[in-house]
Design a protein around this ligand. Structure first.
Ligand code: MN3
Length: 380
């Protein structure tokens, strides 16, 4: 029985991960959330972890009172997340928190020698170099949870890594597929929050609408699979059935397919290398009939081209565009800016900031602060 801790347990990935853990009888060591006291209390009573953590320290007393009749140890803040990430009992830490907040707990888990199932994109986007070099040093495995990266990981099994030519990262295209820049000017928050294929949290749903999500995944893929930007091709595939593919030296292309359900990649990350019954639907190719593939529109979707530009330039740029995007998305969700401004703000970062290097965690945090301050000044 595997022992799992989940950071971000009440989010979309977190709740689906618990479903997978329940199905396979995993022991839940700890659960941590940002804010959701009600849901965390319910999860704690159901899964009986030894520890729970709440990132928002203002909610600590309330959570403590709610669980006063249990033996569960209550932790809070970044220290709480990091304590959970480093617990001796963990076999694997599933990190599905949203945003830059996820970076430090990932580094702490790796430093403690714990394998990580990674659903927090920002961890690799902002700190890819730090995370991958520490994982190598500590001989820790990072299992991708994101459907595209899981697909690539699956397609790499049983083949020689040095015989890989490139990867093909598929993108659904989001709710504004086919829109012109003019049309994007008038889209509303409700439009942006409606994704055609996937049900996800608000941040990632907006990132899918701007295609920033694919830009972040491009950067993640570069780090996870040790690729150059030239080895990554993005292909718009509206049906989200081919979750990504890899091409080898002989031009054989291997793709991984399945219904669009995150429980398949979550389960592969937690059960690797086993493939057992999953609480999802079977894929019927004949129900789909047609699968389509197109080039993305890099001109209209500025976030996508900016993210690729950022990783090609290297240094702090990926972190800067990521943090600028987080801040811009927050402002959009608060009705402070229009949808189209997200891409304008993110792309402006590349002109605004000079090249700087990342040699440690503090450099990442500085780039994060600088980018957020820059965005807040634009909005104010
Ligand atoms: Mn994805």
């Amino acid at each position: 029985m595997k022992k799992v801790s989940i950071l971000g347990s009440t989010g979309s990935i977190g709740t689906q991960s618990l479903e997978v853990c329940e199905k396979h009888g995993f022991e839940i060591v700890a659960l941590a959330v940002n804010n959701s006291v009600d849901m965390l209390e319910n999860q704690a009573r159901k899964f009986k972890p030894k520890y729970v953590g709440i990132f928002n320290e203002d909610k600590f007393t309330e959570l403590k009172n709610r669980l006063a009749d249990t033996n569960i140890k209550i932790l809070c803040g970044m220290d709480g997340l990091c304590e959970i990430a480093s617990l001796e009992e963990n076999d694997i830490v599933l990190n599905s928190v949203v945003g830059m907040v996820g970076l430090l707990p990932t580094l702490v888990a790796i430093n403690s020698g714990k394998d990580v199932a990674l659903a927090n994109k920002e961890t690799l986007v902002a700190g890819g170099e730090l995370v991958m070099s520490l994982a190598k040093k500590k001989n820790v495995k990072i299992y991708p949870v994101d459907s595209e990266h899981s697909a690539i990981f699956q397609c790499l099994q049983g083949n020689k890594r040095e015989q890989l030519n490139k990867i093909i990262l598929t993108a659904s295209g989001g709710p504004f597929y086919g829109y012109t820049y003019e049309q994007l000017k008038n889209v509303t928050k409700a439009d942006a929050l409606h994704h055609p294929n996937w049900t996800m949290g608000n941040k990632i749903t907006i990132d899918s609408a701007t295609l920033m999500n694919k830009g972040l995944e491009f950067i993640e893929a570069k780090w996870l699979f040790d690729l150059t930007p030239e080895q990554i091709e993005i292909v718009v595939h509206r049906q989200s059935v081919v979750h990504s593919a890899v091409e080898y030296k002989d031009y054989a292309v291997i793709a991984q397919m399945g219904v669009p359900d995150m429980k398949i990649p979550i389960q592969y990350a937690l059960l690797y290398p086993d493939r057992l019954d999953c609480p999802t639907k079977q894929l019927s190719l004949t129900d789909y009939g047609t699968l389509t593939f197109e080039k993305p529109d890099y001109t209209t979707f500025k976030c996508l081209s900016s993210a690729i530009n950022a990783i090609s330039r290297g240094g702090a740029y990926p972190c800067l565009v990521n943090s600028a995007n987080e801040e811009a998305v927050k402002a959009f969700l608060n009705d402070e800016i229009k949808f189209i401004q997200i891409g304008e703000i993110v792309s402006s970062v590349l002109d605004k900031f000079k090249f700087s290097t990342i040699s440690g965690y503090d450099d990442v945090m500085k780039a994060d602060r600088d980018a957020r301050e820059y965005v807040r000044n634009i909005i104010a």
